[in-house]
Design a protein around this ligand. Structure first.
Ligand SMILES: [Zn+2]
Length: 522
């Protein structure tokens, strides 16, 4: 009597959050449930059709007839501080309990950010992947995908069979990354491939400013080198991780990671080579910054506008509070008379404007209340020119078409400056926030922008020039501005003259060359 073979079962889930250690607030569950997602059990299938990694993984898995995807827990939060202990415990146990309840699995796919931190746990992704490994045992393959900005740790490498990173920055390949991870996992489950993974980690921190993969940047060239390796059928995956992440963790660093089919020595060679090429180009990632006064002076030589003044250190997408008023202070000190736009998150000031009413003249303190570490509030004499409930719909970007709110909002007239005061930080993609309150950046001479990458899309058609400001903040344009305390030294660029790349290799503890039992079929 022959038994019906049971279907292949793949557990799918993940927890993704980018932490910033230099903000005074923690990430809570609401940062997932309100501005991201938290799905458990069968509701994970409702993410299919979206652009997130797990949707890509599900799409690939569902192409197989004899396969059952077993949903675990899937959560993504908006960039913030460390995850609170309670929130981490809740998400961690949600995922692990689902794994305990699941029928025997043949493989597990997890999407992680790679730069999450929790209060009391510097490496929650390492902790989580080991906990998964302990539950499923040594014989069940575990493949994870990470953001391109992941701080991939030794624990993560040792606990898993393969790690894949996004290939694009800005990230528009999350879904494809999930598909690639599922493809590789299926190959391992079917024993068509035997992954040998090595990570080469560097004493290197970079900021994300010069790392778009859409133009010929140093990072785009390095990524192309990695992807060229993948054309060799023996190289299953090659990833580069640019740690533009603001974590005060001992082992923070950029890395290269290569997974070959059964050839550990080759993985070691290629990961080392890629990592050292990365190291050699470190000076090309440096960002030229200028003071607000200098940016105004240089901007005044530019014909027309808008000239973008980039306060990248207050990028809400990098976890910042969005409440820096340094740019406005600088514009006033520089005595600008040209029409200029700026923005700040300050719920108290926004409430004061709503109380005073349209057209009212008032004196108020603005800025640096949510995060007082990077500057002082600014005393302003201003007129309330617009009031709004702050609702708007993104016209483009990763949130294109989605309606969100910046809470009670107002436009304050301060001389030639129009200051948009918001209650809630929102992702700054283009000029949607300004336009929601009737402001047109295209007609302004100077426009203050709080992001380090997406302005190239949001303002690409209209901007005449841009300058990166030397203002302080938790995601600064130069890592040397951060008050690291626990970071292991030496590290570039904090130790600027460092010549030793500090290359450290980590290998998956799972590597077992004899596992490969049949010739690869593709
Ligand atoms: Zn990223």
């Amino acid at each position: 009597m022959s038994e019906q073979p049971r279907p292949i079962r793949i557990g799918v889930g993940g927890i993704s959050l980018e932490s910033n250690d230099f903000v005074p607030f923690a990430a809570e569950l609401a940062d997932f449930t309100e501005a991201g997602f938290l799905a458990e059990g069968e509701t994970i299938f409702s993410l299919a059709g979206s652009e997130v990694e797990i949707a890509g993984a599900l799409e690939r898995l569902q192409q197989e007839s004899q396969l059952e995807a077993v949903p675990l827990l899937a959560a993504r939060g908006v960039s913030s501080g460390r995850l609170s202990q309670a929130a981490y415990a809740r998400l961690r146990s949600g995922l692990l309990d689902a794994l305990r309840r699941s029928p025997p699995l043949d493989g597990v796919y997890l999407f992680l950010h790679g730069s999450m931190e929790a209060i009391g746990e510097d490496d929650p992704e390492g902790d989580l992947t080991w906990a998964v490994r302990e539950l499923v045992g040594a014989d069940v393959p575990v493949v994870i995908s990470c953001d391109l900005h992941a701080n991939v740790t030794r624990r993560m490498v040792e606990a898993t069979d393969a790690i894949l990173g996004y290939e694009h920055y800005p990230h528009d390949d999350t879904r494809e990354t999930g598909m690639r991870a599922a493809e590789l996992l299926l190959g391992i489950v079917r024993r068509e491939v035997a992954p040998a993974m090595v990570q080469g980690k560097l004493s290197l921190l970079l900021t994300a400013f010069h790392s778009t993969t859409l133009r010929e940047t140093p990072f785009a060239q390095l990524m192309a080198q990695a992807k060229k390796l993948e054309r060799d059928p023996q190289v299953l995956s090659a990833s580069l991780f640019l740690v533009g992440s603001y974590l005060d963790a001992p082992d923070l660093g950029c890395s290269a990671l290569v997974v070959t089919d059964g050839d550990l020595e080759r993985a070691r060679q290629e990961a080392s080579r890629l990592a050292l090429d990365f190291w050699r180009r470190r000076f090309e990632f440096e960002v030229e910054t200028v003071s607000v006064r200098e940016a105004v002076h240089r901007g005044q030589q530019v014909d027309g506008g808008p000239v973008l003044l980039l306060d990248t250190a207050d990028t809400t997408g990098g976890g910042a509070a969005g409440d820096s008023i340094g740019l406005v202070r600088g514009l006033l000190e520089a005595g600008v008379t040209e029409p200029s736009l700026a923005m700040v998150v300050d719920p108290e000031a926004a409430a004061a404007c709503h109380r005073a009413g349209l057209g009212a003249e008032l004196e108020l303190n603005v800025g640096h209340k949510r995060d007082p570490r990077w500057g002082e509030p600014l005393r302003l004499q201003a007129r309330v020119e617009q009031l709004s409930n702050g609702r708007f719909r993104y016209r483009g970007g990763i949130l294109g078409g989605i309606e969100v709110t910046m809470g009670a909002s107002a436009v304050l007239a301060v001389g030639a400056i129009r200051l948009l005061v918001m209650s809630v930080p929102t992702y700054d993609w283009g000029d949607d926030q300004h336009r929601a309150l009737g402001l047109d950046p295209a007609t302004a001479k100077f426009v203050g922008v709080k992001n380090m990458m997406t302005f190239r899309f949001g303002y690409g058609d209209v901007m005449k020039a841009f300058f990166v400001l030397d203002l302080p903040g938790p995601p600064p344009p130069d890592m040397r501005q951060l008050p690291f305390q626990r970071l292991r030294r030496p590290v570039f660029p904090l130790d600027y003259e460092l010549e030793d790349p500090g290359l450290e290799l980590s290998t998956s503890a799972r590597f077992q060359p004899h596992e490969r039992v049949q010739e690869r079929s593709r």
